[in-house]
Design a protein around this ligand. Structure first.
Ligand code: PAF
Length: 286
C-alpha cells in the first residue's frame, strides 16, 4: 500500500475506522514537518510497533508565541511525503489551520478550548521563555489523538519537557494511549537534529556544537563521580562558546521532573540556548 496524503479530518477518521474494524493497531507520529533523520527514527519505531502508521504534519500556530518563527518555519510537504513513502507510512495527515481550528478568528482561549498542562511543569525551562507554548502543544496533541485514535504515539526525547507534559496529560485525562519516547538522533559531530538547524549559518552551527559538547562533558564528569549540580553547571558553561546566549541549564529527575541538587542515574541535564537568532534545545539523560 502506498502512502496517502490526507488534509481532511473526516477522511482520516474514515480510514482509521476501517482499520479499527479490521483490528489493526495504530501508531501516530505527530510532527510539524521538515522531516529529518530524527523523525525517521520515530517513524521506524512506529512501523516496528504498529500495524498502521499515521504521520501528522502540521505547523501548529497556537504553540508559537508572538515574535517566534511561525511564518518562517520550514514547510516541505512534498519532501516529507517522499520520506514517509520510503518509510512505509500509511497516512500523512496534513491539515491546514482552518481544518484544525475551524472558523475561529482568534486562535486564543477567548474563543477556543485549550488544554492547560499543570503549572508546575509549564512554568519552568522552555515554558518560561515561551508562555502558552505547552498549552498549544497539549491542545493540538489531544486533538490529534482524538482524530487518529492511536494505540501508540511516538515522541522524541529531545523535547524532554514536551514529552513529560504529554505523558502527564495522557495519565491525568485517562487516555488509552501508550507514549513511546525515542532517543535523540545526532549528526556525526554531536549536533542534535532539529528542523531549526536549517536556520544556522556556518558560524552559528559551529558555536551550537558546543551545546552537545557541554552535555557530553557533564556526562563524562558524572561518570567520574561528580554529582554536584553547581559544579556540573559551571563546567558546562566553561565549554559553551562565548557567542552562545544561554537560556538555561537544568538538572531534573527524568521520572518526576523535579529539580535535583545532586544528579544520579536517570537525571535529565537539559540546555536551551540561542545561537544567533535560533533557539536550540538539547539534553542528555545521565
Ligand atoms: O514536537 C513537535 O514537533 C510539536 O510540538 C508537536 C508534538 C508535533 C505538536 O505540534
Amino acid at each position: 500500500m502506498s502512502t496517502v496524503l490526507l488534509n481532511k479530518i473526516s477522511e482520516v477518521k474514515k480510514e482509521i475506522n476501517n482499520w479499527k474494524q479490521s483490528g489493526y493497531s495504530v501508531g501516530l507520529v505527530p510532527t510539524m514537518g521538515a522531516l529529518h533523520r530524527g523523525h525517521a527514527s520515530l517513524i521506524k519505531k512506529a512501523k516496528e510497533t504498529c500495524d498502521k502508521v499515521v504521520v501528522s504534519v502540521f505547523v501548529n500556530p497556537i504553540q508559537f508565541c508572538p515574535g517566534e518563527d511561525f511564518d518562517k518555519y520550514p514547510r516541505t510537504i512534498e519532501n516529507d511525503k517522499k520520506i514517509c513513502e520510503e518509510l512505509g507510512v500509511d497516512i500523512v495527515f496534513a491539515p491546514n489551520a482552518k481544518e484544525m481550528y475551524g472558523e475561529n478568528s482568534r486562535l486564543s482561549n477567548t474563543e477556543l478550548t485549550f488544554v492547560c498542562p499543570p503549572y508546575n511543569f509549564v512554568d519552568c525551562m522552555c515554558g518560561k521563555s515561551r508562555p502558552g507554548h505547552f498549552d498549544g502543544v497539549a491542545t493540538v496533541v489531544l486533538k490529534l489523538f482524538n482524530i487518529v485514535k492511536p494505540d501508540f504515539a511516538f515522541f522524541g526525547q529531545k523535547d524532554a519537557q514536551q514529552l513529560f507534559i504529554i505523558k502527564k496529560m495522557v495519565k491525568d485525562l485517562n487516555l488509552d494511549i501508550t507514549i513511546i519516547p525515542c532517543p535523540i538522533v545526532r549528526e556525526d559531530d554531536g549536533l542534535a537534529l532539529s528542523s531549526r538547524n536549517s536556520y544556522l549559518s556556518e558560524e552559528e552551527r559551529k558555536n551550537a556544537l558546543t551545546v552537545s559538547k557541554a552535555l557530553f562533558y557533564i556526562k563524562e564528569l558524572y561518570d567520574k563521580g561528580v554529582t554536584d549540580t553547581s559544579i556540573l553547571f559551571d563546567s558546562a558553561i566553561s565549554i559553551l562558546d562565548k557567542n552562545i546566549e544561554l537560556e538555561y541549564i537544568e538538572f531534573r529527575d527524568f521520572s518526576t521532573f523535579e529539580k535535583v541538587k545532586e544528579v544520579k542515574n536517570n537525571t535529565l541535564a537539559a540546555i536551551a540556548v540561542k545561537s544567533g537568532k535560533t533557539r536550540l534545545i538539547d539534553n542528555i539523560i545521565l
